[in-house]
Ligand binder design. Sequence first.
Ligand code: CO
Length: 146
Amino acid sequence: MKLGRMNHVGYAVPSMADAVAHWRDVMGATSVSDEIILEEQGLKVVFVDTPTDSGMNGTQIELIEELTPGQTALTGFLAKNPLGGQHHVCFEVPDIDAARAEFERLGKRILGPTRIVAHGTPIFFVHPKDMQGMLTEIMESPKAAH
Ligand code: CO
């Protein structure tokens, strides 16, 4: 496996409005994306980029809320974590197909197909029980800076 940089941390949030207010008002985030609606997944996503003084991209936080409560991939997590919390962590790889093949060779359980969702670049998820308890998103490195 050729590991790249950590791309983002995903947080499940019970209220997007409260979460965005928290990141703006408490954490001082100045870069907050518009809401992205993922109709098929029944989810809403907002990206927060932490500021840096150097002008380089900071670290990305992905806030995820259910559009259709009780019927999404977040439902179980939010039932166990009613305040929300860290849901997954995402690492970049240079070649998504090669990474997938390597996880498969190692017997790691991959959740669903490789797909392009909110990030505009292919991703897949690896089961937390095979990843030291951490739901892990693997993403092909974006070609251009965002
Ligand atoms: Co993610």
